[in-house]
Design a protein. Structure first.
Length: 210
């Protein structure tokens, strides 16, 4: 019996020792895993820090390069008008002008009566009288119109002369546009309205051309 009890005690002791050994191995494995995890975390943190620093350095370098490029670009830009003025001034210094400066003539005012065309009838102031006539030509370049005139036979009485009376007239001497005169036997007459209008325009024309 004693031998059996001693054998049982040995078995229990061996079992206890195996259990404690297994627990120690498990604890050591957990410690190794924790250390490995810590090392990996430290390594990844260090890598992230290094990447952040590299990005910061590249960003600063890019900003400096852009600023230098912008400043150079600004220096290279010049107002075209200022550049042209410099060229003109340089040419004037190298080749001083001895010619008379050009002067632009003001365009002559063209006082063309309303609705006046080739074939229109007009009243024209000439010397100290006015005459009706028909427009045969308009010369805008010379500010003139060629008019074929009738001659005066009395108050509001006109006729065609035996020889054509045709003259170039400046626009300012044309008093107004009238309707074609009506023929009464041997003479022609304007309407009362056109005759009165022509007389009033002639009075104004005399005041301007005494």
């Amino acid at each position: 019996m004693v031998a059996v009890e001693e054998e049982n005690e040995l078995d229990e002791s061996a079992a206890v020792e195996e259990s404690s050994s297994a627990e120690m191995v498990a604890v050591e494995e957990e410690n190794e895993l924790a250390e490995s995890t810590a090392v990996e975390k430290d390594s990844s943190s260090a890598e992230m820090v290094a990447v952040d620093k590299e990005i910061s350095i590249l960003s600063q370098s890019y900003e400096i390069e852009n600023e230098s490029n912008i400043s150079l670009f600004d220096l290279s830009i010049e107002d075209p008008s200022a550049s042209m003025m410099k060229c003109i001034q340089q040419e004037e210094m190298n080749y001083p002008s001895t010619s008379t400066p050009l002067t632009l003539e003001e365009p002559q005012e063209q006082n063309i009566p309303d609705e006046m065309l080739v074939g229109s009838w007009v009243s024209v102031g000439y010397i100290n009288k006015w005459y009706p006539g028909i427009v045969e030509e308009i010369n805008l370049t010379e500010n003139e119109a060629t008019v074929k005139f009738m001659e005066i036979k009395g108050q509001n009485k006109f006729s065609w002369p035996k020889k054509d009376d045709r003259l170039p007239i400046i626009m300012n001497d044309i008093l107004c546009v009238v309707l074609p005169p009506k023929q009464y036997k041997r003479f022609w007459s304007l309407s009362n309205l056109d005759y009165a209008k022509s007389c009033a325009a002639f009075d104004d024309w005399v005041d301007v051309n005494p």
